[in-house]
Every structure is written in C-alpha cells, then in structure tokens.
Design a protein around this ligand. Structure first.
Ligand code: NAD
Length: 277
C-alpha cells in the first residue's frame, strides 16, 4: 500500500514505538490520529507535531473499552474521511510475578489492554477497510508472542493471543485488499517497564518504582533498539504487504528453538534472554 496522502490511526501513540510510528507515518505524507490513555503526554506530542505542520489529531481512550475504540474509528473518519492504516499498538508490560502469583486484577489489565485492545481495534476498523477495498492492519505482538520466558505469564498469554488472532485475520482477509502484519520485537528502548503508570487505580498495581525489573532495565539501557528502527520496519511491511515483522535477529533463533523442541516433544525451555540485537 502506498502511504502518501493516506490516513493512519495509531494506538499507544504518546510514547515509544507508537510515537515513533506516528512520526514516521507523518514523514511519509500521511494524516495521523494519535490515540492514547495518557492525555497530557499525548496532547504535548500532538501539539509539537502540529507546530511542525503535521496533519495530526489526538484522541484519548482506553483500548480495553470496545465502545471507546469504536468512538476512535468514528473520530478518525469524521476528521480525515477514511482510515487506511490501523497500528493496533497500545500495550502494557507484565507485572514481573510468577504466573501462579499473578492476581486477577493484573490478568484483567494485561489481557484487557494487550489482547482485547487489539481485538476491539480489529472489530471496529476492519469492515471499513473491506468496504474501501484497501487498508492495512498492523497488530503489535512481541517476541513474547512466539516463545516464552518465566515471570511474564499474563503478557505471554496476551501476546500469543495477538499472534494467533493476526494469523487468523490474514487468512480471513485474503482477496479483500486489506493486509495484516504482526509486529514481534524483542527489546525496544521505550517506557514499557513503567507500564503501571497507566494502570487503573482500582486495580491496586504497584507503581513503576516498586516493580522488580532491575535486570530487564539494564538490558533496556544496553541492548534495546531505537523505536524509530521499528517504525521503519513497520512502514516496509505495510508497503510490501509482509505479515511477519521480526525486528531482532535473535528472535529467529528463539522461535526456531521453541518449534524444534516442540517437535521433539521436549519440556519448554528458553534460550538465554540476553537482549542481543
Ligand atoms: N519495548 C519493548 O521492548 C517491546 C517489545 C515487544 C513488544 N512491545 C509492545 O510494543 C507496544 C508499545 O509499547 P512500547 O514499548 O512503545 O511502550 P510505551 O510504554 O513506551 O508505550 C505504550 C503506550 O501505550 C499507552 N497505553 C497503555 N495502556 C493503554 C490503554 N489502556 N489504552 C490506550 N493506550 C494505552 C501508553 O500510555 C503508552 O503511551 C506494546 O504493545 C508492547 O507490548 C514492546
């Protein structure tokens, strides 16, 4: 799909991968609706981009609420007349607890944002694109949707779900003119490990300072890639209508390890989580 003059909707657009993608879509000549739950930061970023002359509009929402995602679609159509590209990207990290100690509130939050948020985006936008006969949906999963590690059970459950949903969707949409991509990064330098900053207060989740993520934070500082690189990979995939977006070489080895050990009937094990690019 050509991007110049088209309309994109990006969720999770106030920070990290979503912000970098919005900036890249603008640079490609698109109009962009930037959607996020973090209103002050979203409005700040949109004002900055508008001051540079970008055609960009903010929309504050919680993607785990289907009615708010439908309202995002209506806002985008009212603002720019169509939607050609949906980047279903808003997400939150795990809570760093063993799966059997993950509380129902944490399950509800992670599955609600990371899996149902993507599902609601697909439900809200796909008919519009099929009727247009043109469009592309990029769903953000993770390497965590292809192979597992300890302490991230809810996150893995959500991201494996996004991979499965996306694989199904691309088969269902064959021949409609609507493409699907599934983004599966390993570490990217964003605020993902501070995700509980946006958790609803009633869930009582610990704020970022209290989440035991020291090891992962050190990987982030030394090994994570720039979100702008991921944004470039997304644009390439939309242009070439490629399904898999694997941003890190190491992901190929980890996915292969999982698949081969499954074929052998081995008990799951992981290759070292060394954050290698
Ligand atoms: N950073 C990584 O290493 C990495 C690796 C693999 C996958 N991912 C995925 O990339 C996506 C983007 O995350 P990021 O790394 O840029 O992190 P980030 O925290 O920098 O950005 C995530 C954005 O999503 C928004 N958000 C959170 N909950 C929301 C909700 N309920 N409704 C709407 N917006 C909400 C946040 O406010 C934030 O702006 C996520 O789906 C994440 O799981 C990240």
């Amino acid at each position: 799909m050509e991007l110049q003059g088209k309309v994109a909707v990006v969720t999770g657009a106030a920070s990290g991968i979503g912000l970098a993608a919005a900036e890249r879509f603008i640079a490609e000549g698109m109009s962009v609706v930037m959607a996020d739950i973090e209103a002050p930061l979203l409005n700040e970023q949109v004002a900055r981009l508008q001051a540079d002359g970008a055609a960009v509009a903010p929309f504050v929402l919680d993607v785990s609420d289907a009615a708010q995602v439908a309202a995002l679609r209506d806002f985008a159509v009212e603002s720019y007349g169509a939607v050609h590209l949906l980047f279903n990207n808003a997400g939150v990290g795990g809570t760093g607890k063993p799966t059997w100690k993950t509380k129902p509130a944490a399950w509800e939050w992670v599955i609600g944002v990371d899996l149902l948020g993507v599902a609601y985006g697909v439900e809200a936008f796909t008919s519009l694109m099929v009727e247009q006969g043109e469009g592309h949906i990029v769903n953000t999963a993770s390497e965590a949707g292809l192979c597992a590690t300890p302490m991230l059970g809810a996150y893995h459950a959500a991201k494996y779900g996004v991979v499965g949903l996306s694989e199904t969707l691309v088969m269902e949409l064959a021949g409609t003119g609507v493409g699907v991509s599934c983004l599966c990064p390993e570490l990217v330098d964003t605020k993902i490990f501070e995700s509980t900053r946006n958790a609803p207060a009633h869930l009582g989740l610990p704020k970022p300072d209290h989440v035991p993520i020291e090891m992962l934070e050190s990987f982030m500082k030394t090994k994570a890639i720039d979100p702008a690189v991921v944004a470039g990979n997304v644009v390439d995939a939309v242009r070439s209508n490629s399904f898999w977006i694997l941003t890190h070489e190491v992901t190929h080895a980890r996915a292969q390890h999982r698949n081969e050990s499954q074929q052998r009937g081995d008990t799951p094990s992981m290759l070292p989580l060394n954050g290698a690019k």
